[in-house]
Design a protein around this ligand. Structure first.
Ligand code: FMN
Length: 226
């Protein structure tokens, strides 16, 4: 059994009512300007911005505090190119299977095709892995296997916080998923307990970047107050 943690006092910064509302309004205004970007500028981005965003993600709540995630940051151009080539090979197959026709129509309307130039053009790819179980190296050198809890929920929350942090520092992102995504685990030589979760290109949008004008559901449709 792991040792119980020490229980310590908790203090949360307390703002005046006016300051609290000001912060809330500013945050809404900032966050609702986030969009998924599929066209990136090659302009370099300081690594410290990615580092800080991953620090935010790593502070996320997780089932039993297991933090069942890994954030693999790829900036090596050759590695990014290999990931793009492997992704496009898989995507091409997926897009040309008759059973996927409806999905392809839906995502095409949002600007998604089997072409994935952003996997090569964005300065960084943050490849998020979920740890299905933990592999721990014991003092005697043996490797033991330990269960993680609520893995999908925990990693989803951490990714949400990552996207907020990157947007907050003025960077554009895309949440990119692939079908299947095993190729990225192979390209990055990740261990067997890690499953690819999402690939997140990060950078400044290209000067001519375009996004679809989307309708978002109103709060009345999604928030129910009792
Ligand atoms: C789990 C998840 C997977 C996604 N996968 C892809 C993807 O593979 N390719 C893509 O172009 N967009 C992908 N998206 C982005 C969505 O299309 C996008 O979030 C949605 O159209 C809303 O647009 P917005 O992010 O600009 O608000 C994904 C989003 C999520 C949350």
């Amino acid at each position: 059994m792991p040792d119980s943690p020490e229980i310590v006092p908790f203090r949360l910064l307390r703002f005046s009512d006016v300051e609290q509302m000001r912060r809330s309004i500013n945050f809404v205004a900032s966050m609702i300007s986030r969009r998924s970007v599929r066209s990136f500028s090659p302009e370099p981005v300081p690594f410290s911005l990615v580092h800080n965003a991953v620090a935010v993600a790593n502070s996320a709540p997780s089932g039993a505090n297991k933090q069942p995630w890994k954030f693999v940051v790829v900036e090596n151009p050759e590695l990014k190119r290999r990931i793009r080539v492997a992704a496009e090979r898989e995507e091409w197959k997926f897009y040309h299977q008759p059973e996927n026709e409806e999905w392809v129509q839906q995502v095409s309307a949002l600007g998604t095709t089997w072409h994935k130039p952003f996997l090569e053009n964005a300065p960084y790819l943050i490849v998020v892995f979920s740890e299905q179980y933990e592999l721990r190296i014991e003092p005697d050198g043996s490797v033991t296997r330990h269960e993680n809890y609520y893995v999908e929920e925990s990693v989803g929350i951490a990714v949400g916080m990552l996207l907020c942090a990157l947007h907050h520092s003025g960077l554009a992102t895309l949440t990119h998923s692939a079908h299947p995504m095993d190729f990225v685990a192979r390209e990055l030589s990740r261990p067997e307990n890690e499953r690819p979760y999402l690939i997140i290109p990060v950078g400044h949008p290209a000067e001519d970047a375009m996004v679809p004008k989307l309708h978002k559901k109103s709060l009345e449709e999604v928030m129910i107050r009792y």
